[in-house]
Ligand binder design. Sequence first.
Ligand code: AMP
Ligand code: MG
Length: 325
Amino acid sequence: MATILKPNKENLREMRKFLRLGELVAVPTETVYGLAANALDPKACQKIFTVKERPHNDPLICHVPDFESLEQYCETNPFAKRLAEAFWPGPLTLVLPKKSIIPDIVTAGRDSVAVRCPSHPIFRELIEGCDFPLAAPSANPFAYISPTLAIHVQANLGDRIETILDGGPCHLGVESTIIDVRDPKSARILRYGALPIEQIEDAVKRRVDRPLPHQSGMSIAPGALPKHYSPRTMLELRSVPVLEEELQKTDGSIAYLLLRKPSHSSSSNIHWLSENGELDRIASQLYSKLRELDAAGYKKIVVEEAPELGLGRTINDRLRRAAFQ
Ligand code: AMP
Ligand code: MG
């Protein structure tokens, strides 16, 4: 079983040593827990694919301590800089033309690389002492629900990795927003994420393109596969709120996952993601609730869609993929 380590100075030093030797470490970020490796070491990155059973056509995000360090790894441009100034450190991933130092395995052979500077204080402390970027996809088996607690990583990958750095619950709870800025004139969101697209547009005072609808087998972003982030239990997504009458009638074999606390019904199969429908709270609770319900042996999980704006787009994007059959 993997050891869950407290993030003290000594352990962080050990983890850096581990990473330098080409080993994997599960680490907390403000989005979800990541499975980190030295991004300049192809053998170490190969271990990520093996442990996650991740297909090799799914590229990894490289994590860096700041925008300045990007020069070593990719071509930057003023638009990328502007976004980084507005949102780094934070949950925004930039796709930029890569330099040759980044191994092909990281980018799945593409000539672009995805880069992000996380804000989690423990991750920052870890990476500031590393002289290499960290490739770190979510620390879960491919296509399962991402982990937002150290014990989630332990439950899924505990027998495949040695160490998990405990940073407490991930504060945002959904993955980063990915934006393709290779050509600033046609910047496009590739994946909805923890940073709402409206905030990006406000900051840059212009519209950015939305993700393209999925084209089977040709998607640029495998995180954009129709089935992803999925529990094993069947998930039924409702585009309108579940009525109290339905809740009153349930027999307990179906779990209800509501956006907000219901006013009357209470029964052990009725769960909610927030008191009053706050989107940031819903996003931060989503994966841990799905995991909890997935483990509880229900026949089905019925879940409500969020309003389609701000973080609601990200929540719905994840729910649609989780519900895809
Ligand atoms: P995650 O597994 O949450 O770390 O997300 C990694 C995702 O980032 C991949 O599945 C892709 O969707 C996206 N990504 C990484 N690198 C690139 C790239 N060079 N171009 C486009 N998307 C990328
Ligand atoms: Mg993932």
